[in-house]
Structure formats: C-alpha cells, structure tokens
Write a protein that binds this ligand. Structure first.
Ligand code: ADP
Length: 450
C-alpha cells in the first residue's frame, strides 16, 4: 500500500479523497492555485504545494507542476478526482514515465472511451446495446443528410471528443440538418480541438441511467447497479438517485451483468460509469466515463462501500474487497448538486460565505469544502456542495432530503437550494415520473429559464 498520495484536484472531491486516504492510514498531499491558498482541501491535507496562478490551465491542469509536487513531497500515487486531468491519457503516461502510479484506469482505456466513436464501436463489439446511428464519423453534409433519412428524424449530431454537454446538436427535421451539423462540428473544434462528429437517433423521452462498474485490472469486474440522473439542465445533471425508480431488479441484473462482463473482458481497472439512455424497457449506450463520478455517493449510500478506498486498493495492486455476491442494495439514496448560482438563469455567483451550517442526523451526508468566511473564487466550477440522503425507501429519502435542505444554511451567495425545495413539491418528483427533458420544461414553465 502507498504511504503518501497526491490529490490533483480541489473542492469537495479533494476532501473526499483525503478522507479516504486518512482512514487507510495514507498521508495526503494537496495541490492548489494561489486563489485556493485558504481552501479547505489545503487545510485538511497533511501537506500542500502551491502549483501556480488562479487559471486552471496554469495550475490544476499543469502536468509538470503536479509531477514536481509529487517529487518534492515523495507522493507515490496521484488521485485525479473528476474533471481537470481525470480523463487525460497523456497525464497517465507521464505519471507512469516518472515511476508513479495513477489511481484510475490505464491510458489506453481512457483513450478508447474518451473518443465517443471508438467507445461506441468497442462497446458494441463487447455486446453492450448502443443507440442506433452512424457507423463511425460522418465527414460531409451530404452523408449526414443521407443518414438523417435512413435513421429517421429527429437525430442528434455529436462531437466525438465532446463532453460536459458541449458539441451536441439536435436536428428535428431534414431542414435543420445543415445548421446542426455545422454547429456540432464548430463546437467540437473550438472546445476540444476535434471537429469529427457522428449521428445518433435522438430519443425523445428517455431516462438517463448509468451503471457503476468496478474492475481489478486482472479480468475480474463487478457492477454496483444504476443511478438515474435524468434531471438535467443543459445536459448537466442536478439531481441523482439510486436505485432508479423505473428500473426493475431483473433489468438491473441483466444490464449490470452485461456491463461487468464487458469490463472483465477488457481488464478494466478501477471505477467507471457506463451511461445509457433508457426508453421503453431498452438500454442504449451513449458513453463511458473512466473515473469517479460526481454522483458516486448515492451508490456508496445504497451499497455501503467506499469507492475511493477501493480505487486506491486496486491501484496499489490489492484485490477488490468485494465480489458481485457481496453487493446488496439497501434502501434508497438521493443527491442534489448545490451550486453557487443565481436563479432563474443559473448565473455563477462567487463571493464570500458569511455563514455556513451543514445539515446532519441519520442518513445525511454533506460533501462540501465550504466554511464560515470562505471566499468562493470566480475561476472554477460553481459546485459548492453535494447533499446526499439515504433512507430505507424512496419516500423516506425524499422526506429526509426536505428536512436536510431545511437545516442547510449558506449565506452570502445565491445557491440552487431553492430549486430543490420547489422540486420536492412536485408530484412527478415524488412519484419518480420524469425523463431527461422534464426539468428543462419545468424550469421554462416555472422560472422562465430557457
Ligand atoms: P456529454 O459527454 O457531453 O455528457 P453524453 O453523450 O453523455 O454527453 O450525453 C449527455 C446528455 O445528452 C444525456 O444524458 C442526454 O440527456 C442527452 N443525449 C445524449 N445522446 C442523446 C440521444 N441519442 N438522444 C437523446 N438525448 C441524448
């Protein structure tokens, strides 16, 4: 086992990793930009190293600075968290070239899954069901038009390098194809430096269901059920739950096994998430994330396992501490993402926290790097906390969420907390009757956000 690991991230996810390390008796090293000198992850880690100015490009994304921080502190392994360098195959290569360990999958797995066309091809070969669409990239508008007719409108044009909801455009009819095709290409080029696109059938009322997988890198892999992350704004998740209210035990066992077998086949190591759209009882693969997800705590809640601890274990060469038979679902968990944003337009709202009080009690987990007097810097993501609740069943989890939101105090900045109070009053949320478009419609009707 490692003696010391470096956490190449900030905010709540850096705390998450430091906490797991501490429970395992491993020393932790935080890295930070000059804007984060007072950040909670710096205070909580055993050691810290300043790696650059506020801009992420010169700090949290600076591979040489992070490697230098490892060398200075003697850290043997790096946990990337999510975002930043977590899905950067080049980073993994440099880490290995320096004789260090990346706590995550191999560079090759990151490369395969990071390119959405290659990912889809790989998954199809592994027997995972995919959204009907083009085989590979679509180079010309003529080809796109032909495929539009063949697949049947509406279709979605996606940048193969896309992520975070960028580089995706829907063409509802043939008349909309030219614009959607050019825009998706342009967004792919400007955001990810790659203008290759592909085309898929656009599903009109699916749910976003993702399967948590975990592998030991030696041909053994398990699944930890699904999360329903259908409540999204601009393709970004805001509310996640496990198990999915629309998924039966048989469906879970079937798609879970398909995913676990696929991961065993490719010797996948560590945590991964296989994302599907789910409509009329069918699963359609859309992409795989080769890292820990923001919403991993709902899975931890219902299975009672520590996914970060497990990541560290397998990265150090130890076997997984559980097998498929050990993984039993207990109750229901829900996460809401609390952002420093002002409703109704979700405008980022950085600033000084004058008062912070986290909710507590049975079944409540608050993952946040806030504290009284903390100033949220304007340079990074606006996620300031995740409130996760666990109950014996879904109604109990919902009631607990309402109670915990009522206890939470974040003064000094606007947050998305009022959104969740309002959502809990909706019958569709209470009954679990929603799909990936539900929230956008609700926001338009209730807040005029559009
Ligand atoms: P990103 O990598 O940007 O997160 P994804 O491929 O994971 O992109 O898709 C994000 C979201 O976009 C999905 O959760 C879903 O809401 C929507 N989406 C993606 N593909 C389709 C599709 N074929 N039909 C309908 N909606 C889609």
């Amino acid at each position: 086992m490692f003696n010391k690991i470096l956490v190449a991230n900030r905010g709540e996810i850096a705390l998450r990793v430091i906490r797991a390390a501490r429970e395992m008796g491993i020393q932790s090293v935080a890295v930070h930009s000059t804007a984060d000198s007072d950040a909670m992850h710096v205070r909580m880690a055993d050691e810290s190293v300043c790696i650059g100015p506020p801009s992420s490009a010169q700090s949290y994304l600076s591979i040489p600075s992070i490697i230098a921080a490892c060398e200075i502190t003697g850290a043997e392994a790096i946990h990337p968290g999510y975002g930043f360098l977590s899905e950067n195959a080049g980073f993994v290569q440099v880490i290995e070239d320096h004789g260090l360990t990346f706590i995550g999958p191999t560079a090759e797995h990151i490369r395969i899954m990071g390119d959405k066309i290659t990912a889809k091809e790989t998954m199809r070969k592994l027997g995972v069901p995919c959204v009907p669409g083009s085989e590979g990239g679509v180079a010309t508008l003529e080809e796109a038009r032909r495929l539009g007719e063949e697949i049947g409108y509406p279709v979605i044009i996606k940048a193969t390098a896309g992520g975070g909801g960028k580089g995706m455009k829907v063409a509802g009819t043939a008349a909309e194809m030219e614009r959607a095709f050019q825009t998706a290409r342009a967004e792919g080029k400007s955001n990810f430096g790659n203008d290759e696109v592909y085309i898929e059938k656009y599903l009109t009322t699916p749910r976003h269901i993702e399967i948590q997988v975990f592998g030991d890198g030696k041909g053994r892999a398990v699944h930890l059920g699904e999360r329903d992350c259908s409540l999204q704004r601009r393709h970004q998740k805001v509310f996640e739950e496990a198990p999915g209210p629309a998924i039966s035990a048989e469906e879970r066992a079937r798609i879970g096994k398909t995913c676990a077998d696929a991961m065993a086949d490719i010797n996948y190591i560590g945590a991964g998430t296989i994302e599907f759209l789910y409509e009329n009882g069918e699963f359609y693969f859309i992409e795989m994330n080769t890292r820990l997800q923001v919403e991993h705590p709902v899975t931890e809640g219902i299975f009672g396992v520590d996914l970060v601890r497990e990541q560290i274990r397998v990265a150090s060469g130890l076997p997984m501490s559980f097998q498929q038979e050990d993984l039993k679902i207990n109750g229901h968990a829900i996460e809401v993402r609390i952002n420093a944003e002002k409703l109704p337009n979700f405008r980022p709202c950085p600033g000084r926290i004058t008062q912070y009080h986290a909710p507590g009690g049975l079944g409540v987990r608050m993952d946040s790097a806030l504290y009284d007097g903390y100033s949220i810097p304007p340079y990074y993501d606006s996620l300031i906390g995740k409130l996760i609740v666990h109950g014996r069943d879904r109604p109990e989890a919902l009631a607990r969420l309402g109670r915990a939101l009522g206890e939470l105090i974040v003064d000094g900045v606007d947050t998305t907390v009022p959104l969740f109070h309002a959502l809990l009053g909706e019958e569709d949320i209470q009954t679990g009757n929603y799909n990936i478009h539900w929230l956008e419609h609700w926001l338009e009707t209730n807040l005029g956000d559009g």
